[in-house]
Design a protein. Structure first.
Length: 471
């Protein structure tokens, strides 16, 4: 079975097109893997076996009649349960939406289906996506396929675990503070946080609006960069429901153009220390890109600490202000992790119209200064997080004589939510316990193709993806 379920999605589609494997075989192999592993990992909150098999039969008929097939024809995928999938639960991990089933697909889901993908089911999240550990009162916690005592991250933790464990060939997550990239890093897979608006967030809950429209996105997750590229191509493009959308044409750079992109790398941000193995992973990635012909130089961008503080105002303070009223009179429905998040938010003064306007202007001024720095370094290489996957419930870690607290550990992804850069995570190393370590490749806004092309070059050098240890 592993021969099928761990094929790259692009190879699955190619083999279906050549009639070497059938969509029904692929779907059944993934359903068997879900039946075997989901009781231990708890990645899926709903699997629609009947409709997946029906879609596989229809896909097989299309192959046999030699119809025009999409680039993901017959490929089984999963979707984070914060995105609308017709007939499937879209609860975002909260009792406030228990049992909610949307009447239509989110635009990106419709695009994936039109490309031939088969949706197997929807995956687990922390409550209202406000955590880097996946657990909630509806379905409980999701476990890492590398170590059941550790988390696959959050908020797209169910999605990352499903893909890493071969229960899905790829899928969709969302990211307002690392929620695609941290789970990809923890789980040993790849993930793309695009520029806001490049892939429509229409149909996502919570809705991307106000401050969240400038930091929150949806994006692809997969085991290989080639799969990310296909998913991105299918999902990207403007939609009227996304206020950040822009008609940006696809443009993949040539190999020569890609290797002319100067890369600046940094191993830490001078504030939050990282594990020795994380430093080594960044160094390894820098050396690998140098060996592949890139000009790679050490570069410490200015403004990272200000970006972290401003992101905190948007995500933590404003987020708490938006979510807290929803639980008035329903406090017993609040999960422990979201309750903790709201307490952190309440520790700081609420934003006023004046202070929010100040934060917004400071963010735009910082973004302009940061993008000027990226005129020289079109690509940045850095950690995806300070630590690898942590044990369930941990909230601080000791490194280099300093205590690293929960929110600070993910500052390396938070920077680029605030600044609006696309960023790709690719596995590049291992911790002493055998947990995956990813690195982050950051591009300029609307230049996802460049970041993905550099990521593909790094992946070719490192070849770091592996089957998780419990499989």
């Amino acid at each position: 079975m592993n021969d099928l379920i761990f094929l790259p999605a692009v190879v699955m589609a190619e083999q279906v097109l050549k009639k070497k494997i059938s969509p029904a075989e692929l779907v059944d192999a993934h359903l068997r893997q879900i039946e075997r592993l989901n009781p231990k990992i708890n990645a899926f909150v709903q699997v629609d076996t009947e409709r997946a098999r029906q879609a596989a039969q229809e896909a097989e008929i299309a192959v046999m009649h030699e119809r025009t097939l999409g680039p993901l024809h017959g490929v089984p995928i999963s979707i984070k349960s914060s995105l609308a999938v017709v007939g499937m639960l879209c609860e975002s991990g909260t009792r406030l939406r228990a049992g909610f089933v949307p009447a239509e697909d989110a635009p990106l889901v419709a695009r994936l289906r039109a490309a031939g993908a088969i949706v197997l089911g929807v995956t687990n999240t922390p409550e209202l996506l406000m955590a880097w550990e996946t657990d909630n009162l509806l379905y409980g916690r999701t476990n890492s396929p590398w170590d059941l005592e550790r988390t696959p991250g959050g908020s797209s933790g169910g999605e990352a675990a499903a893909i890493a464990a071969g229960m899905s060939a790829g899928g969709v997550g969302s990211d307002g503070g690392g929620s695609i990239r941290v789970p990809a890093h923890f789980s040993g897979i790849c993930g793309l946080k695009p520029t806001p608006g490049r892939i429509p967030a229409t149909g996502h809950y919570p809705v991307s609006a106000g401050p969240f429209a400038s930091i929150g996105v949806v994006g692809p997750m997969a085991r290989t960069v080639a799969d990310l590229k296909v998913l991105f191509e299918v999902m990207q493009g403007p939609d009227a429901g996304d206020t950040c959308a822009a008609p940006v044409p696809l443009r993949w750079p040539s190999d020569d153009e890609t290797r002319k992109l100067r890369v600046g790398y940094f191993e830490d941000d001078s504030r939050t220390p990282v594990t020795p193995e994380t430093r080594e992973a960044v160094r390894t990635a820098a050396e690998a890109l140098g060996s592949a012909g890139f000009q790679v130089e050490h570069f410490q961008p200015e403004g990272l600490e200000e970006a972290r503080r401003l992101w905190h105002k948007f995500f933590v303070v404003a987020g708490g202000m938006l979510l807290r009223p929803m639980f008035k009179g329903r406090e017993s429905d609040l999960s422990p992790m979201l309750k903790q998040f709201l307490e952190w938010s309440a520790d700081e003064p609420a934003l006023t119209g004046e202070s929010l306007l100040d934060v917004w202007i400071r963010r735009d001024e910082l973004r302009a200064r940061f993008l000027r720095q990226m005129e020289r370094y079109r690509i940045l290489l850095c950690p995806a997080a300070a630590i690898p996957a942590f044990r369930h419930g941990e909230r601080s870690w000791r490194m280099e004589g300093k205590t690293v607290h929960y929110l600070d550990a993910w500052s390396y992804t938070e920077f680029f939510n605030l600044l609006g850069n696309p960023a790709v995570v690719v596995p590049a190393g291992r911790s002493p316990e055998g947990m995956p370590i990813g690195v982050q490749i950051v591009g300029r806004p609307w230049e996802e193709e460049q970041a993905l092309s550099v990521a593909a070059a790094l992946e070719k050098q490192c070849g770091a993806w592996r089957i998780p240890s419990i499989i």
